[in-house]
Write a protein that binds this ligand. Sequence first.
Ligand SMILES: NC(=O)c1ccc[n+]([C@@H]2O[C@H](COP(=O)([O-])OP(=O)(O)OC[C@H]3O[C@@H](n4cnc5c(N)ncnc54)[C@H](OP(=O)(O)O)[C@@H]3O)[C@@H](O)[C@H]2O)c1
Length: 404
Amino acid sequence: MHPLRNLACARWSFLLNNRATCVRTAMHQCQRRLFSTSRSRMTTMPAWVIDRYGSNDVMRFTKNAGFPVINYPNEVIIKVHAAGLNPIDVSMRGGYGAATMAMKRDPLNVLQSGNEFPLILGRDVSGVIMECGLDVAPVYFKAGDEVWAAIPPWKQGSLAEFVVLNANEVSKKPKCLSHTEAAAIPYVAATAWSALVNTGGLSMDNCAKKRILILGGSGGVGTFSIQMLKSWGAHVTVTCSQNAERLVRGLGADHVVDYTAGPVRGPLTALEKFDLVLDNVGGATEGWAPGLLKPWCGAKYVTLVTPFLQNTDRLGVADGMLQTGVTVASKALKHLSKGVHYRWGMFAPNGLALDDISEMVDAGKIRAVVEEEFGFSQVPQAMLKVERGHARGKTVVSVSTGIH
Ligand SMILES: NC(=O)c1ccc[n+]([C@@H]2O[C@H](COP(=O)([O-])OP(=O)(O)OC[C@H]3O[C@@H](n4cnc5c(N)ncnc54)[C@H](OP(=O)(O)O)[C@@H]3O)[C@@H](O)[C@H]2O)c1
């Protein structure tokens, strides 16, 4: 069994022994805060926070954000060396997904509404382990390990000096990448892995010569997906704007269709049919893209653009989930009757997948596509850049914290 898989078991055993373990963890924290830190830093740290949802002016720098602590024996504290921003950070800044995130943070609904503030954004981290919970050290990780991770949206993010994560979400950073380069990969990689591998059923062993279409291939998820699929031997067609064509071809795309030159449906329909379509664009594409699949062959349309979080924001968690279930089931049935599978892809944290991806990066099969690096004082500018979609080739912007 992979050693990290044992952490999942450790998590369950912790839940069963909750009280005793909490005491052990607290003692552990008292005895072993191994890294040197000033007195004020024991309770506070620098971070970019928001105190309410809104536009970019809600971003606030503070030196007094709460210092994160290890609450479970399978958690680690990571000192952030670089953080990555994704479109979801901009959406979350505006309140997107707030209802579902509140439910994930506080399933029993015992806390006051608004308890998520001050909220720290940033879904990618590359950094160094500072301290490990009792079930983690020294077998899985130890202080000083260079790691990377995609941070689930319901947890405090990486625009801060430290972040606490479950060790199952964390992986050893590729040795060949700097922290800034590494911070461009985990969130889009975990999303692509969830959509293509877990939902789409693709793997290194069954991808050879499969025909894959990526709609919106020049963004963060697309640029990662092209590289992973090409390294697994697939034939990859992408849609993107003309000025991203060079980039996606450089990453290995076999065929490129420019969506800024006119509707792409016609040129794509003229091509041989596909085994899988990954849709990063959504909207009207959903109406015709499943028709590009080989019928009755197990081919899948996987879209990352879903109404799940809007539904729960609009209708509340219970009604929103019900509405979501009805929507996805009726669409899946409709497409099944035409011989193709319709699926929703969702981000899922996955340290094991990041282990594999780390190896692929070190083997030279996947590279980081970092367009611009911002200093920690420039986080609002970095957010604006992501918001305006100015990134060519990716919208993950690495943010050097500059506070190591
Ligand atoms: N469900 C989930 O859990 C989940 C997780 C992550 C992401 N997502 C969603 O997945 C999508 C992709 O994420 P991302 O991080 O890759 O976003 P991104 O970096 O903003 O990339 C989106 C790309 O789409 C391209 N594009 C825009 N309109 C297009 C069109 N009509 N045809 C073809 N390409 C078009 C843009 O390409 P050009 O620059 O060439 O114009 C842009 O690079 C987003 O909608 C995001 O919200 C969902």
